[in-house]
Ligand binder design. Structure first.
Ligand SMILES: *Cc1c(COP(=O)(O)O)cnc(C)c1O
Length: 432
C-alpha cells in the first residue's frame, strides 16, 4: 500500500467495538452471542469487499439478524412453477390449513372414537374424491419418492422396462434411471430416443419384469420423427404398468392438451400413477401415488414408506389444495393477456410519472417446473433498465424478473394483482 492511500481494511470497525454497541448488546440477548458474532463477521467482510461503508456496519449487522427467513420473492419471471422459487405458490385455503396444522391436530386421531386413525385421511379422501378412477391413494414426500417406493416394492431385484426416450434427468443432476436403480431395480431400456414401439416392450417383457414404466417427458420435447406407446397398449402386455405423469394433473385439462392426467392413465389400465403435488396441482411438495388397492397397500406397508412419510403441514395444505378453491397456479395459467396488459400499463404509467424509464412489452410466460414444456403463454411485462435487476432481487421483498436483450422484464402473469402496489413501491425504492 503506497503512502497517502488508506487501506480500506484499516477502516473496518473492530469486533470488540461493535459487540459493545448498545443495540448490538441488545441483539445478543435476543439472538445469542454466536449468531450476532457471525453477523458481525459477515458485515465486516462486506466492508472489506467495498459493498458497504464502515459507517453502515452496525445497521448491516442488525439488518442481517432480522431479515426474514425464507425471503419473500415476487415472482415476475413469467415461469409459473419455478423450482428455484419453490414451485407452486399455495392458495389462501392451503395457507390457512398450514397455519392451523402448525399446532396440534387430528392428523392421526379419530376425535369421535378417540382411536388412532389413518394418517392424513383428509388429504387421501380429497384425492380419492377428485380421482374416482383411483381405488386407493397414498402420499409420500415428493414425486421422486413415489417412484423409489414403487421400484422398491414392485421391482427390487427385478427389471423395470422403460423406453430410452423417457430416461429423464429431473434437475440438479438427478436422473430417473439412477433413482430407480438406487431402489435395487435393474433397468431394461428399450427403443430409441425418438421412437419406441410396442414390439420393443413386448420383446423385453418376461419373467424378470417387475413393471413397465412410462415416464412423461415433462421438461423437454422431442419433435419430428417420433413415436411412443400408449398406456393402454402397454397394459395389453400383461405386466403391471406404472405411469409417472410428473406434473400432477388429476384430470385432463383442455388448456394443456399434451399433459397426461392421473384419471386418464388409470382408466387406460395403469396399476399405479405417480405425480408431484407442487407442479400443476398447485399444492405443497408431495408425491402422489394412485392405483389399485392391492398395489397401493403394498407400497403403504413397505418399510421405506415410513422414511418417505409426509409431514402434517404438507398433508393439511394438500387436502386444502385439492378441495379448492382454485390455486394461484391455476389462476396464473389462465391469466387473461388483456388484463395483464392493462396492469402493466397502469404500473408503467405510475413509474413514468415518478420519472422512471419504464415501458410495456409483450412477452411469453412458460409453465416451468417440469410441466408442459412446449406450451407458451402470451403475457405482458413492464420493462426497466437491466441495472434494476440486482437491487430488485436483493430488496425487501425480493423481486425476480428476467433480463432479455439488456432490459429487465417484470412479467405480471405470476404476480397476484393485489401485489401491484408492492411491486411499484419496490421499483421506486430502487430509484428512477
Ligand atoms: C418432476 C418430476 C419428477 C420428480 O418429482 P419431484 O416431486 O420433483 O420429486 C419425476 N418424474 C417426472 C416426470 C417429473 O416431471
Amino acid at each position: 500500500m503506497s503512502d497517502g492511500v488508506v487501506d480500506p481494511r484499516r477502516r473496518v470497525p473492530r469486533t470488540d467495538v461493535l459487540l459493545a454497541d448498545p443495540l448490538v448488546v441488545a441483539a445478543v440477548a435476543e439472538f445469542g452471542r454466536d449468531r450476532v458474532k457471525a453477523a458481525v463477521v459477515g458485515a465486516q467482510e462486506r466492508v472489506r469487499r467495498g459493498e458497504i461503508d464502515p459507517g453502515q456496519v452496525r445497521e448491516a449487522v442488525l439488518a442481517g439478524l432480522s431479515t426474514p427467513v425464507p425471503r419473500v420473492v415476487v415472482n415476475a419471471t413469467g415461469v409459473v412453477l419455478h423450482t428455484n422459487l419453490g414451485r407452486a405458490a399455495l392458495s389462501e385455503a392451503a395457507v390457512a390449513a398450514l397455519v392451523a396444522a402448525a399446532g396440534h391436530t387430528d392428523v392421526e386421531l379419530d376425535l369421535v372414537s378417540g382411536r388412532r386413525a389413518r394418517r392424513g385421511r383428509d388429504a387421501l379422501a380429497a384425492l380419492a374424491a377428485a380421482v374416482p378412477d383411483a381405488q386407493a391413494v397414498h402420499v409420500v414426500n415428493n414425486g421422486a419418492a413415489a417412484l423409489v417406493l414403487a421400484a422398491a416394492v414392485l421391482a427390487a431385484g427385478r427389471e423395470i422396462v422403460v423406453s430410452r426416450g423417457e430416461l429423464v434427468e429431473i434437475g440438479d443432476g438427478f436422473r430417473l434411471p439412477e433413482l430407480l436403480e438406487s431402489a435395487g431395480a435393474r433397468l431394461r431400456e428399450v427403443g430409441t430416443t425418438n421412437r419406441t414401439s410396442v414390439a420393443d416392450y413386448a420383446a423385453a417383457v418376461g419373467e424378470r419384469t417387475g413393471f413397465v414404466l412410462k415416464v412423461h417427458p415433462s421438461n423437454f420435447v422431442v419433435s419430428g420423427f417420433t413415436s411412443a406407446v400408449s398406456v393402454r397398449e402397454l397394459v395389453s402386455l400383461g405386466v403391471p404398468v406404472v405411469v409417472d405423469i410428473g406434473s400432477g394433473l388429476l384430470a385432463a385439462d383442455p388448456l394443456l392438451p399434451q399433459e397426461p392426467d392421473a384419471a386418464g392413465a388409470l382408466r387406460a389400465g395403469a396399476a399405479l400413477v405417480t405425480a408431484s403435488g407442487d407442479k400443476l396441482l398447485g399444492g405443497p411438495q408431495a408425491g402422489l401415488v394412485l392405483g389399485s388397492v392391492e398395489v397401493v397397500e403394498r407400497l403403504r406397508r413397505h418399510p421405506l414408506a415410513r422414511a418417505l412419510r409426509v409431514d402434517k403441514l404438507t398433508l393439511a395444505a394438500l387436502a386444502a389444495t385439492v378441495r379448492g378453491p382454485v390455486s394461484p397456479t391455476w389462476v396464473a395459467l389462465r391469466a387473461d393477456p388483456v388484463v395483464l396488459r392493462g396492469r402493466a400499463e397502469r404500473l408503467r404509467d405510475a413509474l413514468v410519472a415518478a420519472g422512471c424509464a419504464a415501458d410495456v412489452v409483450a412477452c411469453v410466460s412458460v409453465v416451468g417446473g417440469g410441466g408442459a414444456p412446449g406450451v407458451e403463454l402470451p403475457s405482458w411485462a413492464v420493462a426497466l433498465p437491466a441495472g434494476f435487476a440486482e437491487p430488485l432481487r436483493t430488496g425487501e421483498p425480493s423481486v425476480v424478473g428476467r433480463v432479455v436483450r439488456g432490459r429487465l422484464l417484470l412479467d405480471l402473469r405470476c404476480v397476484p394483482a393485489s401485489w401491484d402496489d408492492r411491486l411499484r413501491e419496490a421499483v421506486l425504492r430502487v430509484g428512477v
